[in-house]
Design a protein around this ligand. Structure first.
Ligand code: DQA
Length: 142
């Protein structure tokens, strides 16, 4: 696949997780919309979720080895904690695009810092599912 879309911890609970912040759209619904959006650009997508930081590191390496056009990542809470993910994003060739459903800048102070954002080609946030779809458009335009 040309595009890899990786989702971090707790995003498997979308639909019931803090709906006042994240809405009621499930991750399966986000995946279906992303696959459809990418298809419109003639791009295949590999869409995944894990709760484990090291797995996200491994997947970034895998996307590099696969020659991905781009990696779109919602690193969830690891956004704000993980130097390992930043280093992985810096180590790989495919551009990394950061996405968030909410806008972390308007939330608690501890969400204001994004490590992986320091290696991201672009960031789309605060628009729910549309953040992902905008990221796919940006990836297609690269
Ligand atoms: C999130 C924002 C993060 O701060 C949070 O830890 C998440 C989800 C988002 O998509 O809005 O788990 O990445």
């Amino acid at each position: 696949p040309a595009l890899f879309i990786f989702n971090g911890p707790n995003l498997n609970l979308l639909g019931t997780r803090e709906p006042e912040i994240y809405g009621t759209t499930t991750l399966a619904e986000i995946e279906a919309a992303c696959v459809e959006k990418a298809r419109g650009h003639g791009l295949a997508v590999d869409f995944r979720q894990t709760n484990h930081e090291g797995t996200l590191v491994d997947w970034l390496h895998e996307a590099h080895a696969a020659g991905a056009k781009a990696v779109i990542i919602n690193a969830a809470a690891y956004t704000h904690t993980s130097v390992a993910l930043l280093d992985a994003a810096k180590a790989i060739t495919p551009p990394v695009i950061e996405v968030h459903l909410s806008d972390p800048q308007t939330r608690e102070d501890f969400r204001h810092l994004s490590y992986i954002g320091q290696a991201a080609a672009a960031c789309f946030k605060g628009k729910g599912l549309t953040s992902y779809l905008d990221a796919i458009d940006a990836a297609a335009a690269l």
